[in-house]
Write a protein that binds this ligand. Sequence first.
Ligand SMILES: O=c1[nH]c(=O)c2nc[nH]c2[nH]1
Ligand SMILES: [Zn+2]
Length: 451
Amino acid sequence: MNRNDKTARIAHVFSGTFVHSTLRAAVEILQNCVLGVDDKGKIAFIENHQDVVSLSEIWGFETSDIKQLGQYEFLMPGMVDTHIHASQYSYTGTALDLPLLEWLNTYTFPVEAKYKDLDFANNVYTKVVRRTLKNGTTTACYFATIHTDASLLLGELADSFGQRALVGKVCMDCNSAVPQYKESPRECKEETDRFIKELLKKEYPNVKPVVTPRFAPSCSSSLLSELGEIANNNKLHIQSHISENKEEVELVKTLFPDCKSYTDVYLKHNLLTDKTVMAHGCHLTDEELEIFRETGSAISHCPNSNISICSGMLNVRNILNHKVKLGLGTDVAGGYSPSMLDAMRRTIDTSKALTIQDPQHKTLSFEEVFRLATLGGSEALSLDDQIGNFVVGKEFDALRVNVCVPDGPIDLFPGECPKVILEKFLNLGDDRNITEVYVAGRQVVPFPDTK
Ligand SMILES: O=c1[nH]c(=O)c2nc[nH]c2[nH]1
Ligand SMILES: [Zn+2]
């Protein structure tokens, strides 16, 4: 209970039930506890409620300022969406009738080409940041489009609404199907440099650039090498797609005949680092997973998208057995839901479908999936030293959940313990149950304009 940082003041103290994951326990439920957040947005203490009076003396807060959580409320860490296309949000919930490569050519590239228009970008990007925050996504790893100014605008909006974000200006210099939606190799490099420089210059505390080659079929070998160099020289995050559907895997074999596998393409271009997150990976071999483990690269599992556009079913258990970092993603708009609660449910559905196919398959539990959406996501983005669970010194990214809101989606019955209440929220809850959202100690939901 020692107070090390004598300069920080306490900004919030909550009392009640806290639910989070640790390295040892997929779900740890802390009842009758108090959690303090300092004015720098960091968790200052998490202790037993019986020590509240001495805590208030040590930290200099009034016990009357404590926010008391009700019987059906708890705090949980904010959810981490490790893969979402902000630019595809306008058609979320539609256009799910084609497989990946046709889907890209028919729906995605024509829409993404519109982001030259900053008014269009402003409208969609405002809506996606608000919608995801309201649904409890405190950290989002975004794909924007090839347009630098619109991508910078996405960063500005995430910062102003208070969402933690990695923002990627998409890079692609190959697109024979929709040739108006690509850049020349030179433009790609120059605009990526400009994007990184201008975004870093803003000094947003929680919004950073991520180097974003769209996927191997959209990028020349020289562009992939340039991007690997930029990311490594500036120690930046990297995101892309890998082995989403079988047709794409075959295409990559023909485009990169000198590479042993899809993973080898990215490895050879220095794009697999411990700050890399690759979406999907449904068809990776065990040999490729070994490369992921060795390089510390992560996979973003996007089950809604994988089922919606019939790409495949990722065996998450196998990924975890290979000790590869894994988080969950909505993959809006291949995935039709912007909610990470949906991503958790679809993760369990896919795991159950694999168990139906093979009864030896060990189905994921709701506790494991809760960990993937929070701590797992923070590990996948190499942000687990800052966020992911309630540990002293980490940033306070949190959701206040009330499973018993008036006219809400959940009915409770006598005698239900906190773990059952958590399970009901994960399976039945929605944004009505997420009454407050905090990022780095700042309350960002309810939005200031609706309070
Ligand atoms: O689900 C996906 N969405 C995309 O936009 C994309 N681009 C390449 N591969 C992709 N997969
Ligand atoms: Zn994607």
